[in-house]
Each structure stands twice: as C-alpha cells, then as structure tokens.
Design a protein around this ligand. Structure first.
Ligand code: LMR
Length: 328
C-alpha cells in the first residue's frame, strides 16, 4: 500500500526517528593513560569485546588509551562529572579520595604479586573497594600490573646512589616519602610527561613496571634499571555511583560479569607481559638491567621501610597487618 498523505509520511518519519534514537547504543567510555600493549590496555579491549558481544546494539564501549581523552590530572574528576564512565588509575592516584589506599605504596610491603593478589581478594582487601563510596567513586575490582623497578642514568645499587637525584613519582605522599628516605627529591608528575622529563634530563629517574618502562620507551632514555621489585603498581577499576546506579539492574549484572572476566584476563597476562618486556629491554641493550645482591637489597629495605610508621595512622594498622599477613 503506497503512502498517500503528507500526514502519513510525517508519521512514518517520526516513528523512524524515534526508533533510531531508541536504537542508539549507550556509550561507555573507558579512559586510561597507558599503551594498549599493557595489562590495562589489553583488559580494556577485552571488556569492550565482551560487552559488545553480550549486549549488541545496546551498549558500546569506547576505549581511549595513552591519556588521549583524560590524563592523571583529570580522569577522576571527569568520572564524577560522568564525562567518562570507567577509569582504572593506579592505586597510588586516589589520595584525594581516600588515604586508605596509600597502603599499596608502602615500600617493600608485599614480597611478590601472589601476596598482592592474596591480600586484594581477602576481606580486608575487598573492603577497600568501598573506601571512596562517600565521594561517589565505586570500586569494581583490582587489576594487576606488577612490581616496580627503579631506573636512572647511573646504576642504583645502594640507597646512597639515589641521594641528591630527582625522581618522578605518581601523585602519592608515600612515594614522595620513600624517595625522601634516601635523600632523593620526588616530583609528582603525570604519566604522560615522564618520557620527556627523562629525555630532557629534567629528572634523573623514575620507578615503574617493566611493561610501562617498555611500552613508553623509558628504557631508551635511562641507562640503568635496578631490578628492585620494591613496590607494587596495581589498579582499581572504578566507576561513578551516578553512572552505575543509572544502569538497569539486568544490564548492570551483564556489564559487571564482563568486567570481572576482563579483569581476570588482564590479571592472567600481567605476569607474562612484564617478564616478556623485561627480556625485550635486556635484549635491546639500550639500558642495563642491574640485579641487587641480598645485602644491597636489604640496604634499600632498611632505608625505606621507616616510611611505614609515618602513614600508619592514616592507613590503619589493622589494614597494614592484614597486608603483611598475605606474605605468609
Ligand atoms: C604511572 O603513572 O607511572 C602509572 O600509574 C601508569 C599506569 O597507569 O600504569
């Protein structure tokens, strides 16, 4: 039956327009600061694939890596404005929202990633996911990167080798105190600026995981990397209470399951990724990877561990004890 009247045509056009509005998928923006070829980068892409496979046409995930959309200085503020719906800052970057997560920055707290994982899955660890609820930030899960290493333009074998040098740190008072403990200067800078700061020698060194040192080419502008494994760099995947509550219950459940699976995937590849990138750095011969003797490592422990006491009140002794117990 051909359409006859203008009224019929207008009605049909109206129906199509409202249908297309209804059919527009909801966009979930996931912004992060690292390269795609990292545990976090891969986890974000896995989440996108799972959501779009399970809620086709209804939800769409846009991933923005490399501080393209938001960087360290504004991603949490953007989350609370609902300009982005998911971010996964390192646990060192939540200081303005809670002091509890400073726990993870305490130097030489965890003996390895298995201990980190054990603590995160424990009751005390899971409780910390809720530590920013009153600020409107909802913790959805922990994501691993790995242990941090020191890098500089000279070999750092003993704490005195760091003395007088300038190191970039994430925006964390614990990390600043960690470097102050070895008479070094810490400068808090966003991740996106680290390469240039190192290249121009505005700073002498930094601390990071193998996958970040490799993917952001820090090893090309640092002559030595000390395999110190002195601290952990992990993430909390967070959303805003506003966005999370706006999701229909059944969709939220599917999205949370997709996220849990993506996190499990990211956690599974994180160890291998760091091992591979460590080897690629060694093979490149651009930077020398320095191993510490047990005595040398102990000297760093002795110099840096007193930092714990300064933050014990803010973090809570019970939480620190629970983390230490995860080393057993
Ligand atoms: C850093 O700023 O060094 C890291 O937190 C970057 C990241 O997200 O892994």
């Amino acid at each position: 039956q051909p359409l006859k009247t203008l009224a019929q045509v207008t009605a049909l056009a109206g129906a199509l327009a409202s249908f297309s509005v209804l059919a527009e998928p909801v966009e979930i923006k996931f912004s992060h600061v690292v390269a795609e070829n990292t545990p976090k980068g891969q986890m974000a892409l896995k989440f996108k694939a799972l959501v779009e496979e399970r809620l086709p046409g209804e939800y769409q995930v846009s991933v923005f890596p490399n501080s393209q959309l938001f960087g360290d200085n504004n991603e949490l503020a953007a989350l609370l404005l609902n300009d982005v719906q998911l971010v996964a800052p390192s646990l060192s970057k939540f200081e303005r929202y809670t002091k509890k997560l400073q726990l993870f920055d305490l130097p030489f707290l965890f003996k390895d990633m298995a201990a980190v994982d054990k603590f995160q899955q424990s009751e005390a660890g899971q409780k910390l996911l809720n530590s920013m609820k009153r600020k409107g930030v909802v913790g959805l899960g922990y994501l691993h990167n790995g242990m941090k290493q020191f890098s500089a333009n000279e070999p750092l074998l003993l704490p005195k080798d760091a003395s007088g040098k300038k190191f970039r740190v994430m925006a964390s008072d614990v990390l600043a105190a960690q470097f102050a403990a070895v008479d070094a200067t810490a400068v808090k800078k966003p991740f996106s600026e680290v390469f240039t700061l190192l290249q121009t020698r505005a700073i002498d060194g930094q601390e990071n995981t193998w996958s970040n040192i490799y993917s952001k080419k820090f090893f090309e502008v640092q002559s030595h990397i000390t395999e110190s494994n002195h601290g952990v760099l992990d993430y909390m995947v967070v959303t805003s209470n506003t966005f999370w509550k706006s999701l229909p219950g059944d969709k939220r459940k599917i999205i949370k399951e997709a996220l849990d699976e993506a996190i499990a995937y990211g956690n599974k590849i994180a160890g291998d990724k760091n091992d591979q990138d460590r080897q690629l750095i060694i093979d490149s011969k651009r930077s020398l990877v320095v191993e510490l003797t047990p005595e040398q490592r102990q000297a760093w422990v002795d110099a840096m561990k007193p930092v714990w006491a300064k933050f014990e009140d803010q973090i809570g002794k019970d939480v620190i004890d629970a983390a230490v117990a995860a080393n057993q």
